[in-house]
Each structure stands twice: as structure tokens, then as C-alpha cells.
Design a protein around this ligand. Structure first.
Ligand SMILES: Nc1nc2c(ncn2[C@@H]2O[C@H](COP(=O)(O)OP(=O)(O)OP(=O)(O)O)[C@@H](O)[C@H]2O)c(=O)[nH]1
Ligand SMILES: [Mg+2]
Length: 435
């Protein structure tokens, strides 16, 4: 992206009046747009549009000033430099505006996180998922579950007041219904968060295999571009080639690698080494082989060594067009091959795509979460486990009440998230400056 036509400078805090009187000729009535000069003494620096928001009616909940000046890389810098000359003014930290908004109760942590996800979205699907979360859909669904569990707890408490003989089994079956319902809903939310994670992070896929297996052909198919040279000559790809693309809405960086084989060619040797290193760093490794040749001892050795370092490997057999069907179903029984495709004849490629997505979901849930809303996922998983532990037994109603209480505790950790420590430990530092 090139230069923007306008830049917006945002200020927040108790120095707004001072900034206004220092650089503008007149005062600014609140919440209105003003077209005027930004001046340093008598010198006009730029003609700008300025809005003065009065607390608490602003993004941060504090007094705020927004200055829209001309774009480019110089004008805004001069204006910022001038504003910083005022005592007590400093540059904002990344995400500080949202952090202040959160601390001033202008938004929940969930909303703040969604804003961050929206800004960082790399595909349309990611942006829409973040919008969904921002509109409070996720919280509303969770509140619904919370209400049902609360209702169930009341029912259980009521049963506890009766002796066993007096309890009608009807009461218990309704409780069971509510528990099943809530469990399903929690699972739906878990799945949603898991897919969101795929949307918000860029997953890394490395494609490995012997020379000529069709790795570069696969990359070109997935990215829908001629990223890598495809040639019948073995050893075409010599170095790691990478490309970011959109896999059904999921941002993915795919790495094409040199075919791995014992060779005297130094460049090819180096290429093979890099391929294996790349696989270690990837969330998922697609290991391709030519079905006609089958998985050879060399392939199995590499697969074994990869398995030691990388749990997520998807073994794919290519060139099914070269064999008849009977032949390759027989082969499939002996190897852990997850997909049989023909890139040339465009066979089973959609099936492969969905298998890649499934594998990424597993891979990413095993990797260290670095997104804050993954904390929610953690709590939801604990809640689900707790629901699973429930045994609907009249003799164990107290235990049931305890289980349900724990589930609600986990949910409330998400809903009333006021965990200052998490704020301080840098949730907001992942935001861009100015948000
Ligand atoms: N018959 C058949 N040929 C294919 C298929 N997919 C790829 N090929 C051919 O196999 C040859 C090798 O394909 P590449 O994509 O260059 O293979 P590669 O694994 O990247 O090879 P290196 O870069 O040399 O390691 C090319 O001639 C492709 O046209 C397929 O499904 N069927
Ligand atoms: Mg290649």
C-alpha cells in the first residue's frame, strides 16, 4: 500500500484543552467537526479537520482530540512533534487507547480483543468473524448457556431439599435435557473459537517429499498461481519458496521445498536440509509421494524422523491417474496415507483441502496459544470437561450441584473478565499504535 491522502492523529487524556489552545485559533465545541488551521505560533502547519470529544463520550472514555491532516509521511510527523512539546504529552503505547477504553468500562475485554482481531485480519473471513465477535454475538450465546445452567442449578438445589422418595423422575429428566443442551452449545462455541484461531493466525504449511512427487504442482494448485516451477526433471525446486494465500478464508503461508534425496549435488543437498528444517517450523507438513513409485524406504526414514519432531504430518499420494483404482486401494491399506489425489486430473483436490483444514485445526490447538481469546477457549474446555463429568444420579445431587457451579465459574471468567493482570501482561501491546 502506498501513501494515504489523509492521516488521523488521536490524542487522549487531560491535556486536550492545552493542545487546543496552543495550536488552534478558536475553541472547539464538543463532538463537532471543525475545519481550521493547525498553527505553530503564526505559522500554518496544515489545514485540518478536528473533533473534540468530551469525556465520557469518546472511544477511551477520556477527553479526546482527533486531528485529520494531510497524508504523506511528513505532515503528521510535524504535527505530532509539535504536540509532544506540550508538557505531559507522550506517544501512546500500542493498544493504549483500547486499554484505556477497557479500564474506563467503555468496552469489555472480549470487544477489545475483537477489535484487535479485526485490525489484524488477513482475509475477509477473518474480518467477518471478528465483526461477529465485536457485535457481541459470542457473548450473547455464552450468556444464554449461562442462563440455562443457572436455571438447572436452581432445579438441582430444589431437588436437594426433598428426600429421595419424593423426587419425581420428571425433574431429573428436565435437568438432563438442560445439561445436554448446554453441553452441545458449549461445544459449538469451542469449535467456533478453534476455527477463529485458524482465521486470526497465519498457519504455516511445508510441503515435502522426494523429487518429482508433485510438490510444486500442489503449491500452484493451492495458491492458484504459478508460484513454483513445475518440471518433469527431478530436482526442479532447489530452495524454499514461500507464498501467503487464502485457504477457504484461512490465511496460510505455504513453503515449497526441494525434493529430498541422497545426492552429490551440493545445492540440492542444502535444499533437502532446508526442507527438513522448514518442516520442523511448520504447523503442518504435507508429505507427498508419487503413488506409482509408492512410499520408499527413504520416504519412510524421513517420515519417521519428521514424526519425532513434528506431530502433524499429512501423507498424500499423488498421480493416482497413473494407476488403476484397485491398485491404489490395495496400497492405501499398507500406509498411513490420508489423501489420494491427482493434481494433473484434478481428482480429490477438494477432499485434500478439507483434510488440510482439519489437520490445521488440530495442529494449531496443540501449539502455544498466543491470542488472548484463546484464554476463553481454555475456560470453555474446562467447562465442557466439567459437564462431561456429570453423572445424573439421585444419590449424587450434591456433586452435580458442585459440577454446575464450576461450569458457571469458568463461564464467568470469560464474561466478567476484569483480570487486570492480563491487561498488564500485554494483551493490548498486540494492537497497533493508535488503536
Ligand atoms: N501423471 C501425473 N503427473 C503429475 C501429477 N502432478 C504433477 N505431475 C508431474 O510431475 C512432474 C513433477 O512435478 P513437480 O510439481 O515439479 O514436482 P516436485 O515435487 O516439485 O519436484 P522437485 O521440485 O523436482 O522436487 C511434472 O512433470 C508434473 O507435471 C499428477 O497428478 N499426475
Ligand atoms: Mg518442485
Amino acid at each position: 500500500m502506498g501513501l494515504g491522502a489523509i492521516s488521523i492523529i488521536r490524542c487522549s487524556g487531560n491535556k486536550i484543552d492545552k493542545i487546543v489552545t496552543s495550536f488552534f485559533e478558536k475553541s472547539l465545541s464538543p463532538n463537532k467537526t471543525h475545519y481550521l488551521n493547525f498553527k505553530k505560533k503564526e505559522k500554518v502547519i496544515d489545514d485540518v479537520i478536528a473533533i473534540n470529544y468530551q469525556a465520557p463520550k469518546s472511544y477511551t472514555g477520556e477527553d479526546m482530540l482527533e486531528i485529520m491532516c494531510h497524508g504523506g509521511s511528513v505532515v503528521y510527523q510535524i504535527i505530532i512533534k509539535e504536540i509532544l512539546t506540550i508538557e505531559g504529552c507522550r506517544l501512546a503505547n500500542p493498544g493504549e487507547f483500547s486499554e484505556r477504553a477497557f479500564l474506563n468500562n467503555k468496552m469489555s475485554l472480549l470487544e477489545a480483543e475483537s477489535i484487535c482481531a479485526l485490525i489484524n485480519a488477513k482475509t475477509e473471513a477473518a474480518a467477518f468473524a471478528a465483526r461477529d465477535a465485536l457485535s457481541g454475538k459470542f457473548s450473547n450465546e455464552l450468556v444464554e448457556v449461562d442462563n440455562v445452567i443457572l436455571k438447572t442449578r436452581v432445579q438441582v438445589e430444589a431437588l436437594l431439599d426433598f428426600s429421595e422418595e419424593d423426587i419425581e423422575t420428571d425433574g431429573l429428566s428436565e435437568i438432563e435435557k438442560h445439561i445436554e443442551e448446554s453441553k452441545d452449545k458449549i461445544m459449538v462455541l469451542i469449535k467456533k473459537l478453534e476455527s477463529n484461531r485458524l482465521l486470526f493466525e497465519t498457519s504455516k504449511i511445508a510441503v515435502l517429499g522426494m523429487p518429482n512427487a508433485g510438490k510444486s504442482s500442489l503449491i500452484n494448485f493451492l495458491t492458484d498461481e504459478n508460484v513454483s516451477i513445475v518440471n518433469e526433471q527431478a530436482g526442479t525446486t532447489r530452495d524454499v519458496v514461500s507464498k501467503i494465500f487464502n485457504l477457504d478464508g484461512i490465511p496460510v503461508t505455504v513453503f515449497d521445498t526441494a525434493g529430498i534425496r541422497e545426492t552429490d549435488d551440493l545445492i540440492e543437498k542444502e535444499g533437502s536440509k532446508k526442507a527438513i528444517e522448514q518442516a520442523k517450523k511448520a504447523n503442518l507438513t504435507i508429505y507427498m509421494y508419487d503413488l506409482k513409485k509408492g512410499l520408499q524406504t527413504e520416504d519412510l526414514e524421513i517420515l519417521k524422523s519428521l514424526e519425532k519432531n513434528n506431530k502433524n504430518i499429512l501423507v498424500v499420494a499423488n498421480k493416482t491417474d497413473l494407476l488403476d483404482k484397485i491398485n491404489y486401494t490395495r496400497e492405501s491399506a499398507s500406509f498411513d496415507t490420508k489423501a489420494f489425489i491427482s493434481i494433473k486430473k484434478k481428482k480429490n483436490l477438494d477432499d485434500l483441502k478439507s483434510k488440510i483444514i482439519d489437520h490445521l485445526k488440530i495442529a494449531i490447538s496443540e501449539s502455544t496459544p498466543n491470542l488472548y481469546h484463546m484464554e476463553h477457549l481454555k475456560h470453555l474446555k474446562v467447562a465442557f470437561k466439567e459437564m462431561n463429568n456429570i453423572s445424573l444420579n439421585l444419590n449424587e445431587l450434591e456433586l452435580l450441584a458442585e459440577n454446575l457451579k464450576k461450569v458457571q465459574e469458568e463461564i464467568s471468567l470469560i464474561l466478567d473478565n476484569k483480570d487486570e493482570e492480563r491487561v498488564l501482561t500485554g494483551i493490548f501491546s498486540n494492537f497497533c499504535i493508535g488503536k
